[in-house]
Design a protein around this ligand. Structure first.
Ligand SMILES: [Zn+2]
Ligand SMILES: [Zn+2]
Ligand SMILES: [Zn+2]
Ligand SMILES: [Zn+2]
Ligand SMILES: [Zn+2]
Ligand SMILES: [Zn+2]
Length: 353
């Protein structure tokens, strides 16, 4: 039996349990765990991975879909890219020297429209550190820029985080600097504060305070200063962007046509997963517990699950047998115990004669 046959994928295990499979598809929100997404072309939003084994730093960046991460790169050193927009699976294409895609072979050499970043080599933020970062002891959160889709440390955004930052969308400083058109929306007329992002202490003066807001926000462009730092945008801001023809034109020139589309947001993507999840009758305790963890942590655990599924099943069965509810702490503890066991195993090998 080859190693590949012995190693069941998460998908195989989940197939044993239809219910669990449906729940997992909600966690990975609509990304197909079985079929390579390549035939769908540039997918609006999908879970994405980069393979440090197949396409390491120093070479060309490449990204693979969820199904390929399981089937074609099992046991490889994968970077979680969370979700990215408008990406076509690269698995096995011209960027891969040895690996052939086992799910979909007939691929172009390159996907010209894919966008890549240092994330594809396991580096995040302007400080270009790995995540998780073994050398970083500072408690901080990673926030994804909705334009470049890089993940940035909260402390490296160059601005204070607004209350309820997790409900906002963030555009990083370099994206704000690169996209003039966005500044039209930063300090809208006082009468329509709805789309105003949180930018403490920043108010643009308007000559005509009593008049109704102008129909087009671009008329205010360039009227104020532009303090450095990221900008946080409140829930629903995209649907309130000006839709007049010149504005649409400027957004599309800047490659930002996706911005007024609420269904482009990560939130919409997650809700889609939740709707699919709600269609299933009973919630699995594992997935309920997972849903209380943040997304990056969830994805780490889903991948961890792949390696330790039998231990995890035993663990969950003890809860089921005792009729207890599994909490996210229980799940976290389980994975942390597994991790430290792994580390100890690695440490011990140094002392083996
Ligand atoms: Zn694929
Ligand atoms: Zn690989
Ligand atoms: Zn593949
Ligand atoms: Zn950083
Ligand atoms: Zn950015
Ligand atoms: Zn307009």
């Amino acid at each position: 039996m080859s190693e590949q046959e012995q190693t069941l994928s998460l998908v195989d295990v989940l197939q044993e349990d239809q219910e669990l499979q449906e729940e997992a598809s909600a966690v990975l929100a609509g990304s197909d765990a079985e079929h390579c997404s390549y035939p769908q072309g540039y997918v609006k939003r999908q879970a994405l991975y980069a393979c440090n084994t197949c396409t390491p730093k120093g070479g060309q960046a490449a990204g693979v879909c969820l199904a390929c991460s399981y089937k074609c790169h099992e046991g490889h050193d994968l970077f979680e890219l969370y979700t990215k927009r408008n990406f076509r699976c690269d698995c096995g294409n011209g960027k891969f020297a040895d690996t052939r895609c086992q799910l979909f072979r007939d691929k172009d050499e390159v996907n010209q429209l894919n966008k890549y970043s240092h994330n594809f080599f396991g580096e995040y933020c302007t400080c270009r550190r790995p995540y998780p970062d073994p050398e970083d002891q500072v408690e901080d959160q990673m926030i994804q820029c909705v334009l470049c889709e890089d993940w940035l440390h909260g402390r490296h955004l160059g601005c204070a985080l607004p209350d309820g930052a997790e409900l906002h969308e963030m555009i990083c400083q370099s994206c704000m600097e690169a996209n003039d058109v966005l500044w039209a929306y930063v300090a809208p007329p006082a009468r329509s504060a709805g789309a105003s992002p949180d930018r403490a202490g920043r108010k643009r003066s308007h000559g005509d305070e009593g008049a109704p807001p102008p129909p087009c926000r671009l008329k205010g462009l360039g009227a104020g200063g532009r303090p450095p730092g990221a900008v946080f945008w409140p829930p629903g801001w995209r649907s309130r962007l000006c839709r007049c023809r010149p504005c649409q034109g400027r957004l599309s020139e800047a490659g930002l046509s996706f911005l007024p589309d609420e269904s482009d947001t990560v939130l919409a993507y997650e809700r889609k997963g939740e709707r699919e999840e709600a269609a299933t009758p009973a919630r699995d305790p594992l997935m309920s517990a997972l849903s209380n963890l943040d997304r990056v942590r969830q994805l780490e655990i889903i991948h961890g699950y792949n390696d330790m599924k039998s231990e995890l099943k035993d663990f969950l069965q003890t809860f089921a047998a005792e009729g207890k509810v599994v909490t996210s702490e229980d799940i976290r503890d389980f994975f942390e115990r597994q991790q430290s066991r792994k580390r100890r195993r690695a440490d011990n090998s140094f002392h083996c004669a």
